[in-house]
Each structure stands twice: as structure tokens, then as C-alpha cells.
Design a protein around this ligand. Sequence first.
Ligand code: ADP
Ligand code: MG
Length: 312
Amino acid sequence: MGEFDLIRRFFQRPASAGVDVGVGDDCAVLVPTPGARWLVSSDMLVEGRHFLSTVAPERLGHKALAVNLSDLAACGATPRGFTLALALPRVDEAWLAGFSRGLLALADAHGVPLVGGDTTQGPLNICIAVFGEAPAGQALLRSGARAGDEIWVSGRLGDARLALEVFRGTVVLDGAGFETVRAAMECPTPRLALGQVLRGIASAAIDVSDGLLGDLGHILAASRVGARLDLDALPRSAVLAAQPAAVQQECLLAGGDDYELVFTAPPGARLPDVGVALTRIGRIEAEPGLRVVDAAGAPVEHGLRSFDHFAS
Ligand code: ADP
Ligand code: MG
């Protein structure tokens, strides 16, 4: 199968609303919504770095798009389209069928069309760019948190990291527990509906991709504030809650790949219900720095930091 047959077979979609020209020409032509701003983000997935060779292609397709949509969610954007740049070692039709099935199922679930990309031979590498929109001035940014705001997180934290530790051999789980956390790692849910309803409510937001400490730290730095974080309040699965305290701490505070939203909002803000659990986990303070405390308010020593690709 040649390059163009491959694109046609696995990645060309029927025309969709808001797209004048999709896959097949030199550029896609998208129709902007009057008064909206484009929000654009790109994330690359490299084998061995972002995923293990053991992952099912369908889940990999899902995750590649999910982590990109998560960035749009964090900014409160409505997704409008995405491109896919793919380097493949060889044409493996079964792999491509699974990958495109997982990718396009998530795309269809959110009505976001694949509008173009690039396909080349090389070590497996997946790079997606997403395009979304938000009304002018309404994108959720990292820079709006104010002292006194409450800090919230969606869903649960730490399961993806716990799954990684099982693959690394440092944690042992029974079959059902492992499947739960493995699904969190391989099949994250982008919180798009939540991000959109938080426009005009949240003062700042970010998605947790590299670990709560670091990602919340980005909000604090951009907003020039500090925070108190309640370790015992952090939402966790029963599987993670059954682990020793040190493992829980590491997974909750420094585990990445959660793709939950962390956001700040003034106390008393009315948070709409979009069917995902929201938990209050701390408070923004004027004093710089991030102070992790237990339920009694006593400081917790953790010595943890978030993932950094180039940390020495
Ligand atoms: P060009 O030579 O102009 O860069 P290509 O030959 O690389 O174009 O691609 C042909 C068409 O197929 C373009 O519309 C491009 O956006 C699209 N395309 C290429 N690879 C992919 C892919 N993996 N997924 C979706 N569309 C793709
Ligand atoms: Mg061209």
C-alpha cells in the first residue's frame, strides 16, 4: 500500500460542518466562528517516552488525540479540528486499522474532524495539532488565580502513575486493579465539557499532564501567587487508596498522565454539573510557594517534583 492509499483508507473522512476543505489538498480550509479566537496546541507522542510498545493500537490512537484535546479543555476551548503527523516504521495494516479506529472514535465522540496531516516512514512517532475556539477574552489561562480562590480538580489523580509503576515492577496489583489503572493510563478522558462550562467561572486552569505539583506550580508562577494543598483531600481510586502512603503520595503529587483539570475559582462560585466529580483540594494564598498539608493542616514533607524531560 502506498502513502496516498494509506491516507485515503485510514484517515480520510467525509466532509464535515465548519470545514470547507479537509484531507486531500495542500491546506485544510476551516470556517471561523465570528467573534471567536483560535486556540491551537500540539503534543507529540514518542514510543518509550510517552507510551510503551505493549499498548494496543486502538488505545494509542485514542490517547494521542485525548492528550491534545485535554489542552483545549484546559483553556475552555471548543474543538474544531486536528491534524495528524505520523512517522511509521512500516505499513502494518492491522496496527493502522486499530490506531485509526481509536483515534477517530474519540474524534467523532467530540465532533472534531481530522483535517490534514503528514505521513512518513521512520521510528514510530505521533504528532497531533488541535484547533479550537473560544469567545474573545474568555479562554481559561494559567495566569488568573487570585489569593483566596479555591483550588479544584476533576475526576481522580494518580492511577496512570500507579499503572506505570506496575509496568516498572515496583508495585504489584491483582488483575482487576491493574486493568482499572491501566485504562486510566492508556485511555484518558479529555474534560472538554467541563473546560467549556468553566469559561467565565474559573480564574485559572491547567490540565495535569506532568504531575499535580508541577502543573499547579505553573498556575502559581503565571499568577504570581502561592497555595496550600490538602494531600488528604486529593481524590483517588480505591486501588490507589489501598497502596502504602508513600506510593499514594508519589502517584497523587508527582504522577503524570492524569489529564484531569485543575482550576481555581472564587469561593462560593457555582460550579455546573457536567457529570464529572469535582473536589476542592486547596486554596490560593498571596505568599509564594506550594505548601502541602495534611487534613489537620500540618505540613507534609514529600521531596517530590513533577516530570521534566530534560531534568538532570
Ligand atoms: P503535501 O505534499 O502537500 O505536504 P501530503 O502528500 O503530505 O501533502 O498529504 C496529502 C494530503 O493528505 C494532505 O491534505 C495532507 O494534509 C493529508 N494527510 C497526510 N497524512 C495524513 C494523516 N496521517 N492524516 C490525515 N491527513 C493526512
Ligand atoms: Mg503540498
